[in-house]
Ligand binder design. Structure first.
Ligand code: AMP
Length: 253
């Protein structure tokens, strides 16, 4: 079995994001970038299937500028066998990412594609679903448990999904798209020897033109603003004063 994992380079989740002075977007110059956290979970799940002897190869794919190759190196340092880099500048919207991934899926014929449930920079939560529609493959989103089902003709997976009312377990036949939720696993850290080994692993580079995909954005960002700063709170001496303020100043009781 071959597993493809989509990994996106995003601003590190610990960084306080700043809006550009001209409000045209967010500041990315000299900002720490990392692999999207949900994609680390996706890589980890693929590696666990490989280590359990269920998968033969794990291939990481990223779409982005030249520096995105670092994200592929991280995936390979975690244990992915090789990388595919679709070189694209600027913001590539989820539909274009899904079309590019569909092109890679056609070339690679994986049995499972793992994606994160969402990228933490745009919070779109669209790419996996769009890829499933384009490939016409079954999809299981927000996975918190993935179990290959033995004895199923052609292969099937039971995927447990976290939903509002509890846990929903679905069976999907392979090939399939699975998007990962936070509680699926705890991703490993890459060890130094593995980081060194990852430098020698192969990365194929291709362009959107190679995959015949037009990545021109369909959306125009009008303005990006900081959220309003919260007004400072006050301290009250006792419950009496609190009730008085709620009644006579805030007028909420
Ligand atoms: P989104 O729909 O943008 O919230 O992204 C959902 C998932 O799609 C991410 O967690 C990644 O697995 C994948 N993805 C989105 N954009 C990219 C990209 N530029 N390169 C590789 N994978 C991506």
């Amino acid at each position: 079995m071959k597993i493809l994992v989509a990994v996106k380079r995003v601003i590190d989740f610990n960084v306080k994001v700043r809006v550009k002075a001209d409000q045209s977007g967010i500041e990315t110059a000299n900002v720490k970038m990392s692999m999207n956290p949900f994609d680390e979970i996706a890589v980890e799940e693929a590696l666990r299937l490989k280590e359990a002897g269920k998968a033969a190869e794990v291939v990481a794919v990223t779409i982005g500028p030249a520096a995105s190759v670092e994200t592929l190196r991280t995936a390979m340092a975690m244990g992915a066998d090789r990388g595919i880099h679709v070189l694209a500048e600027g913001d590539v919207e989820p539909l274009a990412v899904a079309k590019l991934l569909k092109g890679v899926v056609d070339k690679e014929s994986p049995d499972i594609v793992f994606l994160g449930k969402q990228a933490i920079d745009n919070d779109c939560n669209q790419t996996g679903q769009m890829l499933a529609a384009l490939a016409d493959w079954p999809q299981a989103t927000f996975a918190s448990k993935v179990e290959l089902m033995a004895g199923e003709n052609g292969g099937a997976v039971a995927v447990t999904r976290e939903i509002d009312g509890g846990l929903d377990t679905v069976k999907i036949t392979l090939p399939a798209i699975i998007t990962t939720d936070l509680r699926l696993n705890e991703p490993r850290y890459a060890s130094l020897p593995n980081i060194m080994k990852a430098k020698k692993k192969p990365v194929d580079q291709m362009s959107p033109e190679d995959l015949a995909v037009d990545v021109t954005p369909r959306l125009t960002t009008l303005k990006v603003e900081e959220p309003p700063t919260r007004a400072a709170g006050i301290k009250v001496a006792d419950v009496g004063e609190l009730l008085d303020k709620l009644r006579n100043e805030a007028k909420v009781i």
